[in-house]
Design a protein around this ligand. Structure first.
Ligand SMILES: Nc1ncnc2c1ncn2[C@@H]1O[C@H](COP(=O)(O)OP(=O)(O)OP(=O)(O)O)[C@@H](O)[C@H]1O
Ligand SMILES: [Mg+2]
Length: 360
């Protein structure tokens, strides 16, 4: 089975980890082996590779699955509030502490606590965390009694902790305490065989979410496989989401291909391009999109599209929606004739026909 779905304590939540590559299958085996051991786990990997998913899968497969899974993002909480967030505080412990508040460690009792971005933890709190991980007991801020906690600890980071240790920014004793089992989740570019499986997986997910029945054509799938993805799985996820939600699939693929060429965004136009050319290109693009939208709306009824777009009746069998006008462009009924552009390709005609052909 390519996608393993595991139910957590909340019956409506499933942890689905797509394991369509050798690397993810190996991670799946590690999860199976360690889930029930209570060993502390350090999950490493670049941003968006699936670290959260792996942490949730460990919890969901462990005997603690009916207990809470508590996630703390160490980078998202101001350092002054972290201690109270971790361990809670007593009423009056500091200005603004109007009542007693339990910390996340207390909430994680009998469950799993997931310390995301542990590499961002300030040194002072690293020392306190180390003590908690040694004894599994702590005191609330401003409190004097000890609270025992029974919790499994999973940490994650996209930082080079060894380098942070060398620079004195991460405590070595905490590093060894946390790094009992290490799981490195590879970036998407190192698990390319997983792309079709992930794409189909996201397709099913978004079809269900948005009530669509979109399919990915073999050409689209090939494009997705050939694209030079970064490491972040969210990039692929978002492309599939857009393919499901938007009607202009071809346009999305074009944008994707253009991104692939320079790694960032659409291919920049040469600096020599004149303003006039830029304006014409923009107008052609707007025309093409409008035509496509209207044709979609009227189920490719060209006569109806001509009426809505107020193009001459001849244009119904013409360029934009069916056959060539003298310039091959969509012509407004009462607009002034545009000056001839001999070097220009008939814009809308070919594109609309091509779209029409592909969609038919
Ligand atoms: N193997 C996979 N199967 C299904 N979905 C995946 C998989 N890997 C990643 N994803 C999806 O990619 C997105 C990013 O995953 P996740 O949040 O677990 O990554 P992360 O490494 O924790 O990211 P960050 O570094 O930003 O915290 C999520 O929407 C997740 O569902
Ligand atoms: Mg994460």
């Amino acid at each position: 089975m390519l996608v393993s779905s595991v139910q957590t304590s909340d019956p409506t939540r499933h942890v689905s980890l797509c394991n369509g590559s050798a690397q993810m299958r190996a991670i799946g085996r590690i999860i199976e082996n360690i889930a029930d051991t209570d060993a502390t786990v350090l999950i490493r990997g670049e941003s968006g590779v699936g670290k959260d998913l792996v942490a949730r899968a460990i919890h969901a497969r462990s005997s603690r699955r009916h207990g809470p899974f508590v996630k703390i993002n160490c980078a998202a909480i101001p350092s002054g509030l972290l201690e109270s967030e971790f361990f809670g505080h007593e009423k009056g412990a500091f200005t603004g502490a109007h009542r007693r508040k339990p910390g996340q460690f207390e909430y994680a009792d009998k469950g799993t606590i997931y310390l995301d971005e542990i590499g961002e933890l300030p040194l002072a709190l690293q020392a306190k965390l180390l003590h908690v991980l040694q004894d599994f007991r702590f005191a609330r801020v401003g409190g004097c009694g000890w609270i025992d906690v029974d919790s499994r600890v999973i940490a994650a980071t996209n930082r080079d902790l060894e380098e942070a240790m060398a620079r004195g920014e991460f405590r070595a004793d905490l590093y060894y305490r946390v790094n009992v089992v290490e799981i490195r989740v590879p970036p998407l570019r190192e698990r390319r065989e997983e792309i079709p499986v992930l794409a189909s997986w996201f397709l099913d997910k978004f079809n269900a979410q948005y009530g669509r029945q979109k399919q990915l054509s073999p050409e689209t799938m090939t494009r997705l496989q050939q694209h030079s993805w970064s490491g972040n799985v969210r990039e692929l996820e978002n492309v599939v989401r857009r393919l499901v939600v938007l009607t202009d699939v071809e346009r999305e693929i074009e944008v994707l291909v253009a991104r692939g060429r320079n790694g960032h965004g659409p291919v920049p136009q040469p600096a020599s391009e004149s303003l006039r050319e830029i304006a014409r290109r923009g107008a052609r693009e707007a025309e093409r999109r409008t035509l496509k939208d209207v044709l979609d709306r009227v189920h490719w009824n060209r006569a109806e599209a001509s009426r809505i777009l107020k193009v001459s009746s001849g244009a119904a069998a013409s360029p934009a929606i069916g056959g060539p006008t003298p310039r091959g462009e969509l012509r407004p009924d009462d607009g002034p004739a545009a000056p001839p552009e001999p070097a220009e390709q008939p814009p809308a005609y070919h594109e609309i026909r091509a779209v029409e052909h592909r969609l038919s």
